[in-house]
Design a protein around this ligand. Structure first.
Ligand code: 2P0
Length: 327
């Protein structure tokens, strides 16, 4: 059976940066993320006995051996479960460039998991799909449920999955993706970067802080405390990048323009305009704000030299099967 799925990217507000179990991709702390409606991956999978090996193409390019190997290992998990040996043809398409800090592995492995499971005829629950996607790429677990999600770190494979949580819908949350400089691929990817996180002298305290920030953030949702929520979003940005900057060797993902965006957002608070910055393993900034402030924030940021694009996103839905196949 040929199956196609679409999964959205997500941006973490409480970040994942370190694994307790590399093989299973169990994180050292829980994380919390927003699903992005405008950034997504579509993937078609078909298993066939006539194929000698898995064949993967993304945006028209055939995957190299190393990239194919990672996909094959993920497909093996599904083949095992479905009691299948056939190889697969996988065609995948992003509506954004790979490796620019728009979390292509999150939407990629979420779409692959949903499409491949369906292509084998397996019927998996949302939780099972999240557990499965996590094993391809940790952040992919959070692209399965949609909305705002918490990925529970868990203490075993089946207890480490993401689920939706409630948040104040009246905030009308938006996320502005602010692209800084050219969109070439980053030099040190997340998997590689987080593998050295424990060389930071601040590692243990950072893990504890993340768990506490999940609880603090959930409390701000309950109390509808927008400013406190923003404070935690930015504290998490600095927690992640402090870890990166104090790892050995250190990792500095920001550019000057990244900091210019922070400064502009901080200055706008004088006018009661609140956009909160968060940054992943790259130089680009995600601004979390309310719909009523989008126009003003966008026009102010557009004036900063070095910003190449701003993409406005709302909150995206769950990963799901779609009818339009890619081959
Ligand atoms: C996050 N990032 O919470 C953090 C913040 C990037 C910075 O999760 O090794 O691609 O595939 O499990 O999920 C990106 O890391 O890493 C990520 P793997 P992943 O969103």
């Amino acid at each position: 059976m040929k199956s196609t799925a679409r999964a959205h990217s997500n941006i973490a507000l409480v970040k994942y940066w370190g694994k307790g179990d590399e093989e299973l991709r169990l994180p050292v702390n829980s994380s919390l993320a927003i699903t992005l409606d405008k950034i997504f991956t579509e993937t078609t999978v078909e298993f066939s006995n006539s194929l000698k090996k898995d064949e993967v193409t993304m945006d028209g390019d055939t995957f190299n051996e190393q990239e194919t190997e990672r996909v094959s290992r993920h497909l093996d998990l599904i083949r095992q479960r479905a009691n299948l040996t056939a190889r697969a043809k996988v065609v995948t398409k992003n509506n954004f460039p790979k490796g620019v800090g728009a979390a292509s592995s999150a939407s990629g492995f979420a779409a692959l998991s949903v499409a491949a499971a369906a292509a084998t005829g397996l019927k998996l629950s949302e939780k099972e799909l999240s557990v499965l996607a996590r094993q391809g790429s940790g952040s992919a677990s959070r692209s399965i449920p949609g909305g705002i999600t918490v990925w529970h770190k868990g203490d075993s494979s089946h207890t480490s999955f993401a689920e939706k949580i409630e948040y104040p819908s009246e905030w009308n949350l938006k996320v502005l993706l602010v692209f800084v400089g050219d969109l070439h691929q980053k030099k040190v990817g997340s998997t590689e970067g987080m593998a050295i996180a424990q060389t930071s002298p601040y590692y243990q305290i950072a893990i504890q802080e993340a768990e506490e920030n999940i609880e603090r953030m959930k409390k701000t949702f309950k109390k509808k405390d927008w400013l406190k929520c923003g404070e935690i979003i930015e504290a998490e940005t600095f927690r992640l990048h402090m870890l990166c900057m104090t790892s050995i060797p250190h990792l500095l993902y920001w550019r000057g323009t990244t900091v210019d965006v922070f400064q502009k957002l901080i200055a706008l608070r004088e006018e009661n305009i609140y956009g909160f910055f968060t940054v992943d393993a790259g130089p680009h900034v995600h601004v979390v704000c309310q719909e009523k402030d989008v126009k003003k924030i966008t026009s102010e940021l557009q004036a900063i030299e070095g910003i190449t694009d701003i993409v406005e996103c709302g909150i995206g839905g769950p990963a799901k099967l779609i009818d339009s196949h890619l081959f």
